[in-house]
Design a protein around this ligand. Structure first.
Ligand code: SF4
Ligand code: SF4
Ligand code: SF4
Length: 410
């Protein structure tokens, strides 16, 4: 198989095709710490794209309760077990070298899904979930690992759970695309969105089998597979609502908890991100390294990144997000002035933010974090759209207004 560069693994790996990086890449950061599990995102997607016959059990966006929940059931446990069987004891990272742009989390020494197969009969290691496993999208909702009589304290809660928000990762090296014998799946050169050509698809379900995140789904009424389309009319600005300016997708724009920030990042021919410290996603993922890929060891180079939950056990989080977890949580819990300001941009505008700027404000307080003081400043983050126009201005302290006189007609 050809060799491609996977920056999340800090090394080259085997993939069915030569790397053909898009000009820009659909990407997002989800802050797990802020999710309230309201499923508004889930319903925003469902009511837009998957409300027709044959799509009843199809949830392109879902929010599952970890560690027990999953859609389809146990998808990640099963994928990890397959990898382990293919390479017992070898799924490890070397994170001893200082982080670099080419290897921000260290070097992965184990096998990816592409390296665990022969590359002739199978293109990626996977399995086909049963019908039963697709039926309970929100099984184990809010189930905790234990009931604590002593209350919950950091760094790890005695009984814990967290919400994991999931959409297709529009991977740089999609397993679904590699596995399709009809070559019906393609990655758009303009934005990296991964789509299934419904005319070419014959419903063999090789993509469903290969996608480790199980975000390609079979529709029995059309006998084709379907998946998240990245709300591409909004992303490309062709939806009349957008007035030609790239907008956030339905699941992002609807997020009540303001946990999501989505955008398009510039990428290099080897699928690394072009340096752009004023882009909020570049800043969060590449500079602060506060947001991490989901199961980078699968090898697909996913483009949705997560700020891990502060209260869950670190070994669990390291398995899920790689060895960058400890540093990411340290930075999130003791944020720099800039990071605290950029975090305010989440869900502040429906238009995609391509650039940000910070205006410094006065000191407004001091708190204790981990026994050390942390100064807080009321800085302002300003977001600009694809045309360089200001679309949002948000401060660290939420402004409050006192109403004068009578309220309503009383
Ligand atoms: S998450 Fe799955 S369906 Fe989406 S691009 Fe990656 S491999 Fe394909
Ligand atoms: S990006 Fe659009 S299609 Fe994809 S999960 Fe979100 S709402 Fe659904
Ligand atoms: S809408 Fe936002 S807060 Fe609500 S479940 Fe979805 S990601 Fe979480």
């Amino acid at each position: 198989m050809p060799r491609v560069r996977n920056w999340q693994l800090g090394r080259e790996m085997s993939y069915r095709f030569d790397g053909a990086a898009p000009k820009r890449q659909f990407a997002a950061v989800f802050n797990i710490n802020r999710c309230i599990g309201c499923q508004t995102c889930t319903m925003a997607c469902k009511s837009t794209w998957t409300h027709s016959p044959g799509q009843e059990l199809m949830w392109w966006n879902n929010v599952e309760t970890k560690p027990y929940g999953g859609y389809p059931a146990h998808w990640d446990v099963r994928a990890l077990a397959l990898l382990y069987q293919a390479n017992p004891g070898g799924q490890s990272w070397d994170a001893t070298a200082p982080p670099s742009p080419a290897a921000p989390y260290g070097t992965y020494g184990g096998k990816t899904l592409f390296e665990a197969v022969d590359g002739f009969k199978e293109m990626a290691l996977g399995y086909l979930p049963t019908d039963e496993e697709w039926k309970g999208p929100n099984a184990f909702e809010d189930h905790s690992t234990a009931v604590s009589a002593r209350g919950a304290t950091l760094p790890v809660h005695e009984g814990w759970f967290f919400y994991l928000q999931r959409i297709c990762n529009h991977c740089s090296y999609p397993a679904c695309l590699a596995a399709c014998p009809r070559n019906a799946i393609y990655k758009r050169p303009e934005d990296g969105i991964v789509l299934i050509d419904q005319e070419r698809c014959r419903g063999y379900r090789k993509c469903v089998e290969a996608c480790p995140y199980k975000k390609s789904m079979y529709r029995p009424t059309t006998r084709t597979s379907e998946k998240c389309i990245g709300c591409y009319p909004r992303v490309e600005g062709s939806d009349p609502l957008t007035k030609g300016i790239p907008m956030e997708t339905r699941c992002m724009a609807a997020c009540v908890g303001k946990i999501r920030l989505q955008g398009l990042v510039q990428v290099e021919p080897d699928a690394t991100w072009s340096k752009d410290p004023t882009h909020p996603l570049y800043y969060l993922v590449q500079e602060e390294k506060v947001a991490l890929p989901l199961y980078p060891q699968f090898g697909t180079q996913p483009n949705v990144f997560y700020i891990p939950p502060r209260w869950a056990p670190r070994p669990y989080l390291r398995q899920m997000f790689g060895p960058g977890v400890d540093a990411a949580l340290e930075r999130y819990m003791r944020p720099s002035r800039k990071l605290l300001a950029v975090l305010q941009l989440f869900r502040a505008s429906q238009k995609m933010i391509f650039k940000f700027d910070i205006r410094e404000g006065p000191k407004v307080g001091e708190i204790q974090v981990g026994g050390a003081p942390l100064e807080l400043f009321n800085d302002t983050a300003i977001g600009y759209d694809s045309q360089g126009r200001e679309v949002v201005r948000v401060s660290v302290e939420e402004p409050s207004f006192e109403r004068r006189g009578k309220v309503n007609s009383l």
